[in-house]
Design a binder for this molecule. Structure first.
Ligand code: M6R
Length: 607
């Protein structure tokens, strides 16, 4: 949450900061600001609202400076306002700070600083950092930041600049990402590589407690004690296209359409000589064979991918598997032994609760395996092994392609566990793998014809609420469908296992109430159809996602969205796609911004 960016070099900094902030806007978009070194002063501009509003204001300044920092905010302490927008400055206005994270002890620090005469101009936790650096400053910005950071409790990615040190930016981090890059034209810092990828693809992912001093000609790295460090360079191999809409009207649509590629890339190289290969797990077949309990830990959409994995891991490998939201898991006392495998699923790899949960699981002795989309992210670094989902950068706040990448990765993991447990023969693995690979083409077919999705969306657009139902895999899919709809269209949506309708939710139904049912072919198809009939008898408007060739379903539904026939185990991959399209279409018809829904941010780096 929140995006920070900085540049020092030979080019005018203001346009670079604005462009960087636009690319980081997925991290927060309630206010934005920049601080630029102009002559021997710092010039700070903030605006409430999106980066476009800030950009418009900055156009009226004739900034000449070539060193500066910027921020796009998702409010934690203090409402979205101009005063609370970053950068925040010291009393004398010569030090400016941008921050991503939360300073938990800010109230005590603020009181202490105020008692010493510091005056505050915002309600934010961040402002204490500007005053702490000011108090510690003795002509060396990096040293002052080190001293300030040592007093902070919480999570932070920080970039600081000072009018007394032309061309210098000092950065540090703890539990919030900081990426540093260097090109011929200067040095860059950002919360995400996307802000600098057209300047450099070789970046340094700063570790917790590490610091860097950026100048136009060089970047120096230090550990928390100030000793010089040789940084590990990470090469980024995805394209800048990821940051562009590529002809689509919004990122969400572009990302939905990328899903066939994500499936293919996630599977590439995984079947070698007829056997599954996931070397990154870093566990031998013998060690995997000992696993007797799996926890999948995740939040939001990633949690829904976990629900799908539970069906596969228990069904194929016969290992008990529990799926838990990380925010619950971290505060209870789960049963963990050395033969417990914890699988952390996180697109961003930086979700605060997921990270805290895996740290706890490791302390308790579990093997931790990460499934993430971001190379070098905290989840990747803190797990014993990691699978990357190959979705490439996902910009829209609503997860789509990363979800399919997670489902495919978790399906591979379930097959691998079944393989090492001797519950699946090689020929079965090969057959399943082929069918899994075929889903890429099947998703393409779904994307090629959206007529029935669009019609169903028109029928639902004026509803006040919608119910998503399914059984088995369909139950997990319906949860993701409901989340997609509510987060981008602001239409209330709820998901229920279809068999639970009669235990309460059916009371909601009246004339025209949308019920979206996952009614694909499965061993419990008939049961779903019975539940549909019950809903229809109460006047509900039924939208059914069903398998091509199923004529019967038309008698029970007002709208049928057909998808290709796949085995039940792979239905989450195909059946989720029309639900993504449906949510997007309804949101567009309701005039919503599908890429940047209100109150949300792409990465939830605070509790
Ligand atoms: O980056 P993560 O996968 O850890 O994020 C978890 C959730 O915040 C995320 O899936 C969220 O629910 C999605 N934006 C929903 O579309």
């Amino acid at each position: 949450m929140c995006g920070i960016v900085g540049y020092t070099g030979s080019a005018p900094v203001a346009p670079l900061l604005i462009e960087g902030l636009k690319r980081l806007e997925y991290r927060g978009y309630d206010s934005a600001g920049i601080a630029v070194q102009e002559g021997d002063q710092l010039q700070v501009v903030h605006r409430k609202g999106k980066v476009a509003t800030l950009a418009h204001t900055v156009d009226h300044f004739d900034f000449k400076g070539t060193c500066g920092i910027g921020h796009t905010r998702w409010a934690t302490h203090g409402k979205p306002s101009e005063a609370n927008a970053h950068p925040h400055t010291s009393c004398d206005g010569r030090i400016a700070v941008v921050h991503n994270g939360i300073i938990e002890n800010f109230a005590d620090l603020r009181e202490e600083l105020q008692s010493e005469g510091h005056t505050f101009s915002s309600e934010t936790d961040t402002e204490v950092v500007a005053h702490l650096v000011e108090r510690a400053y003795n002509g060396n910005l990096v040293e002052a930041l080190r001293e300030a950071a040592a007093q902070l409790v919480g999570a932070y990615g920080l970039a600081v600049t000072c009018a007394n040190e032309p061309g210098v930016i000092a950065v540090t981090r703890k539990d919030s990402p900081i990426i540093v890059g260097k090109s011929e034209n200067g040095a860059y810092v950002a919360s995400d590589v996307i802000a600098m990828i057209d300047a450099t693809r070789d970046v340094v992912v700063l570790g917790d407690g590490e610091m860097a001093k950026l100048t136009a000609d060089a970047v120096e790295y230090f550990d928390a004690e100030g000793n010089p460090l040789s940084p590990k360079i990470t090469h980024i191999d995805w394209d800048l296209d990821a940051a562009e809409k590529g002809g689509y009207s919004d990122f969400m649509m572009k990302e939905i359409h990328e899903q066939p590629r994500v499936i293919r890339d996630t599977l590439a190289g995984r079947l070698v000589d007829g056997a599954l290969k996931i070397d990154e797990l870093d566990m031998s077949a013998e060690e995997l064979n000992l696993v007797d309990r799996v926890y999948v830990i995740a939040c939001g959409t990633s949690y829904h991918a976990g629900l799908i994995a539970k069906n596969l891991i228990e069904g194929w490998a016969r290992i008990p598997c529990e799926v838990e939201t990380a925010s619950e898991f971290r505060y209870r006392n789960p049963i963990i032994t050395p033969t417990t495998l914890c699988v952390a699923v996180s697109q961003s790899g930086e979700t605060a609760d997921t990270l805290a949960a895996i740290r706890d699981a490791k302390v308790k002795g579990a093997q931790v395996f990460g499934i993430t989309n971001v190379v070098g992210s905290p989840v990747a670094r803190e797990s014993d092994g990691v699978i990357y989902t190959k979705a490439n950068k996902e910009i829209a706040v609503a997860s789509t392609k990363s979800f399919l990448g997670q489902v495919v990765s978790l399906t591979l993991l379930a097959m691998l566990l079944a393989q090492v447990k001797g519950r699946m023969r090689m020929n079965q693995i090969r057959m399943l793998f082929r069918e899994l690979a075929d889903t890429a083409g099947q998703v393409e077919a779904i994307l090629a014809d959206t007529y029935s999705v669009d019609k169903a969306a028109e029928a639902c657009v004026n509803a006040h609420s919608a119910l998503f139902i399914g059984r088995g895999m369909g139950s997990a899919i319906s949860k993701e469908g409901a989340l997609k709809l509510k987060e981008i269209s602001y239409l209330h949506a709820e998901s229920y296992p279809a068999g639970e309708m009669k235990h309460g939710p059916i009371a909601l139904l009246d004339e025209g109430f949308p019920v979206i049912a996952i009614a694909t072919q499965s061993p419990i198809y008939d049961k779903v159809v019975s539940n549909l009939q019950e809903a229809r008898a109460r006047g509900a408007l039924i939208v059914a996602v069903a398998t091509e060739g199923d004529e019967e379903i038309q008698q029970h539904a007002d709208h049928v969205i057909y998808i290709p026939k796949v085995r039940d185990a792979f239905s989450p991959i195909t059946a989720t796609v029309p639900l993504q399209l449906l949510a997007r279409r309804i949101a567009i018809l309701r005039g919503c911004d599908v890429d940047q829904p209100r109150n949300l941010a792409k990465s939830v780096t605070v509790e």
